[in-house]
Design a protein around this ligand. Structure first.
Ligand code: MLT
Length: 252
């Protein structure tokens, strides 16, 4: 299996993803929010690029079962029901709901890879189940980091490195890594001892702390706290069918 890593969606064209098996990572915070919402019973997440299209889509859907969520500059958007803090996506708010989600980088990365043959969403909160899904699947893998406005994000690269490290460790088959994959693993080995510390030291982590979301960093660092497989299919992100039965061995 060959594993390719992109540190930002700006590095690559949409059509590159056709027929590819893709994992999208936006640890802070879209991946974590999506996994949390689905874990807490949300029906689906509809990722959209702009605030305007989010408003338009919600206008056409049943208001009782649809919520608008997302952020710009990390903050809740005026007129939206939810921001992008995973802590807001509790069961009482999201169970049974469709959530139209627009975020600055995470939902954009998902949309960029929408032509993929298979796409799932990864954070530290669901890393073991995603590892199992990748192992059970077939073909090469592309890990697309959401990054930040076209720039590298430490936390996404460390998460990509952690996934690759585990895949290499437990794989009987030969794994071929490009330079970005090798660099991600090196970064994980260097920075992954305390995920929370790494998040607190990251640029976006410091920014989130400054604007009042310090507790989100703990939620985003909690390995395997939301063991679900969010899968993009037919323009929405839903729980992967039968993924409840995926067996995982969570390292202690
Ligand atoms: C994004 O998509 O850029 C992020 O999830 C931003 C955030 O809310 O922290």
């Amino acid at each position: 299996m060959r594993v390719e890593v992109f540190f930002t969606p700006h590095q690559v064209e949409e059509l590159y993803f056709r027929e590819k098996r893709v994992v999208v990572v936006d640890v802070l915070r879209a991946s974590t929010t999506i996994a949390t919402a689905l874990y807490n019973g949300a029906k689906e997440i509809i990722p959209v690029a702009t605030v305007e299209s989010a408003m338009k889509i919600v206008g056409n859907l049943d208001g009782d079962v649809t919520l608008l969520g997302g952020e710009r500059d990390g903050k809740m958007i005026e007129g939206f029901h939810l921001g992008n803090s995973p802590l807001e996506y509790v069961e009482e708010r999201v169970r049974g709901k469709s959530i139209v989600l627009t975020t600055s980088n995470g939902s954009q990365a998902i949309l960029k890879a929408r032509h993929a043959r298979e796409m799932s969403v990864l954070g530290f909160v669901n890393i073991s189940v995603i590892e199992s899904v990748v192992r059970e699947g077939e073909g090469d893998l592309v890990i697309l980091c959401a990054g930040h406005d076209g720039f590298f994000s430490m936390e996404d690269a460390v998460c990509a490195g952690m996934l690759i490290h585990r895949l290499v460790d437990g794989s009987k088959a030969e794994m071929e890594l490009g330079d970005a994959g090798i660099a991600s693993v090196a970064l994980y080995k260097n920075q992954g001892k305390s995920i929370l510390k790494m998040l607190r030291n990251s640029e976006h982590g410091k920014y989130l702390d400054e604007i009042g979301f310090r507790n989100d960093l703990e939620a985003c660092a909690a390995a395997d706290a939301m063991p679900v497989v969010p899968q993009f299919l037919g323009n929405v992100v839903k729980l992967k069918k039968d993924s409840e039965s995926i067996k995982i061995s969570i390292p202690t």
